[in-house]
Design a binder for this molecule. Structure first.
Ligand SMILES: Nc1nc2c(ncn2[C@@H]2O[C@H](COP(=O)(O)OP(=O)(O)OP(=O)(O)O)[C@@H](O)[C@H]2O)c(=O)[nH]1
Ligand SMILES: [Mg+2]
Length: 431
């Protein structure tokens, strides 16, 4: 594996005539700089300029390319990082002019992930994403940069594949996909046992650096790594809560999202993020002190949609409220069922969050009569031990009839997994 090296980099962002709504390019530039620093590169020169539209061959104008080339020579930089997506041919054309490596936004984010991945699955996922990204760029034209291998964007679990040919890379991609599928199946089994154990899964989601891990640590008395840097968390972790008043709840801490998350990453991380699909409730953590919180909140919602989980009930946590004025027009803001103001770092607002989680949980509880065969005594005992049974009778035909107070989802699982039937002509009560 390559060592992490600090490389000098010239960083480039263009503001095009048709700018992005609600996200001032200056803030995007700040986030970009944070990403660069997170990758371990040293910013030797910044180039933030305007341009009418991207050009096909180089993405930037020829004049700009010449200027950047001068910057590279002046600062002896080895790397040019763009806060944009470049096509493989644009990357190659620029590298030919610069005689330095060019990394686009996706390559940069992949590099940070490669650096942070620690679990076996996390490493496989990053390698898969890197390989998918690199395979399109490996056709030709790397010889001029031969001496620089091992730098930012090349290291990590995928780097040794750079010199192999496409056939080998595709084989490796297939191999990783198989291994990920296998571990995915294993996780499905675990999820199944969790369903049977009737535990509610609450997943913390949100933009990177919003405070998800800080909140997770508070809820589960854990000491996971939380830090003021982008993508501090890569691996999903699920643990039982340690807060009184929230019985049988599991919390999941997940990887943070970012705008324009590379598709390769979403694809590769789907297995981990699939965990989110079985969540009963999402807690969307927002850094309310961030000037761009509205844009970032929308980005998270878009990614949730892309992952097909936007219909899961969601509580919004306005975190880091210690850093903002909590008054609007002279009135103090207050928490509601679906929006909670809190400061995870200072343990303020936890009660509001607990109340809100409980209220959102109760929504799915129903009262329902079911019928068990006489030989299903074991399930009957289980339901009693879980405190689900309100009343019991026996039918004329000897079936055990139980009135349950139960989560709708759990009831669905019982019916599909245990061959239990609903009592006929029964009226379901939603409570
Ligand atoms: N002032 C303040 N800082 C907070 C609060 N919650 C978290 N932080 C800080 O915000 C930074 C990011 O926190 P994390 O918990 O690592 O954020 P995250 O959402 O898990 O970030 P990623 O894992 O990178 O996606 C850390 O420096 C925390 O100390 C809060 O309520 N108030
Ligand atoms: Mg985190």
């Amino acid at each position: 594996m390559f060592e992490s090296v600090d490389q000098k980099a010239v960083i480039v962002q263009i503001e095009f005539a048709k700018g992005r709504d609600d996200f001032s390019p200056l803030n995007a530039f700040d986030e970009f700089k944070e990403l660069v620093v997170s990758s371990g590169a040293e910013i030797a020169r910044e180039d933030f300029s305007k341009q009418a539209k991207p050009t096909a061959g180089l993405f930037i104008t020829k004049g700009k390319a010449e200027r950047i080339k001068d910057f590279i020579n002046e600062t002896e930089s080895e790397l040019v990082i763009f806060n944009h997506e470049l096509t493989p041919s644009q990357e190659r054309n620029l590298e030919n002019i610069f005689k330095a490596r060019v990394l686009d936004r996706t390559g940069l984010i992949l590099d940070i992930f490669a650096k942070r991945a620690s679990s076996h699955i996390g490493k496989l996922q990053v390698e898969l994403a890197q390989l998918s990204h690199l395979s399109t760029r490996l056709v030709r034209g790397w010889s001029h940069l031969e001496r620089q291998k091992g730098g930012i964007g090349l290291r990590g679990p995928g780097e040794t594949q750079l010199e192999t040919d496409r056939r080998l890379i595709n084989q490796r991609i297939k191999n990783i996909k198989n291994r990920l599928n296998k571990s995915h199946k294993q996780r499905e089994v675990n999820r199944y046992s969790r369903n049977k154990g009737n535990q509610t899964l609450v997943a913390l989601v949100g933009y990177t650096n919003a405070g998800k891990t800080t909140l997770f640590n508070l809820l589960t008395e854990s000491q996971l790594y939380a830090a003021d840097k982008l993508f501090a968390t890569l691996d999903s972790v699920t643990r039982k809560n340690s807060v009184t008043g929230l019985d049988d709840i599991l919390f999941s801490d997940t990887v943070g999202f970012i705008s324009n998350l590379p598709t390769e990453l979403i694809e590769s991380f789907k297995a981990t993020l699939d965990e989110l699909k079985s969540a009963d409730l999402l807690v969307h953590v927002v850094d309310i002190s961030d000037p761009d919180f509205i844009y970032k909140t929308e980005q998270v919602s878009l990614i949730l949609k892309e992952l097909g989980i936007s219909d899961i009930p969601c509580i919004r946590v306005n975190n880091k409220s210690d850093k903002v004025d909590m008054e609007i027009n002279g009135k103090k803001v207050t928490s509601s069922n679906t929006e909670v103001w809190m400061s995870a770092l200072n343990n303020i607002g936890m009660n509001d969050l607990i109340n809100s989680i409980q209220l959102n949980r109760k929504k799915s509880m129903v009262k329902e009569w079911v019928e068990l065969q006489p030989n299903q005594g074991k399930i009957r005992a289980q339901l009693y031990s879980l405190g689900r049974v309100l009343e019991e009778t026996t039918s004329d035909t000897g079936l055990i009839q139980l009135q349950l107070e139960i989560d709708e989802k759990e009831l669905g699982n019982l019916i599909s997994d245990k061959d239990i039937n609903l009592k006929k002509n029964n009226i379901k009560e939603v409570i």
